[in-house]
Design a protein around this ligand. Sequence first.
Ligand code: SAM
Length: 245
Amino acid sequence: MHFHILTLFPEMITQALNTSIIGRAVQRGCISIDAVNIRDYTADRHNKTDDYPYGGGAGMVMQAQPVYDAWKAVLQGAALPRPPRTVYLTPQAPVFTQDMAKELAQEEHLILLCGHYEGIDERVLEEIVTDYVSIGDYVLTGGELAAMVVTDAVARMVPGVLSNALSGSTESLEGNLLEYPQYTRPEIWNGKAVPSILLSGDHAKVDAWRLEMAKERTRQRRPDLYAIYERTHPVTEKKKKVRER
Ligand code: SAM
């Protein structure tokens, strides 16, 4: 899968995404991440990419022309027959979820557009954006961190990026549950022992224990998610209530 990130600060992207699991996935050729500097496409002789907002108000607005030309350059550079999905990172959108990450991971090319200052001229957004995505109900100074969050979450859903293919499917939010607690060596740390069931070697019991822990944790920490889990697992929950009586 190929990520194309349109930004005024490409060094932010390259520094952060060239390390650890994502960096290794790039080196292995499972994914590519291309940080495109919007400033390289400005037609302004002073290299400007922003201007004052019409109608007045605080801050500056990114101009349509450099954004549009940077986007067109991606299409031409990758010889794409039709425009790929283009995601504008913005607080004015539904909040990004694991389901969205999985869906976006089906694309071969994905363009992520990062705003800065007060945002981007609406006319170019209307022209090129297919999806509007927020990473949470707060306002960042720029879309770069948001684009990195989305890239990381989408990339790890691409086959081959995670060395253990199972880990993506057993983690938090899969099946509307948070993940069970995890432990590693030593067996006793700071007077606290690892739950003995995990040392039993009985995989069926370990799985059952983990499911119970995942349910309990979700019920406590994310009751909203647990309500969905209960709705989608009515038989199991009914059985549990009978058992509890
Ligand atoms: N004036 C804009 C508004 O009120 O909606 C906010 C602009 S913000 C200071 C600058 C850029 O940061 C935005 O264009 C967007 O790309 C990015 N951004 C800020 N908060 C974000 C969020 N929660 N999720 C995704 N991107 C965000």
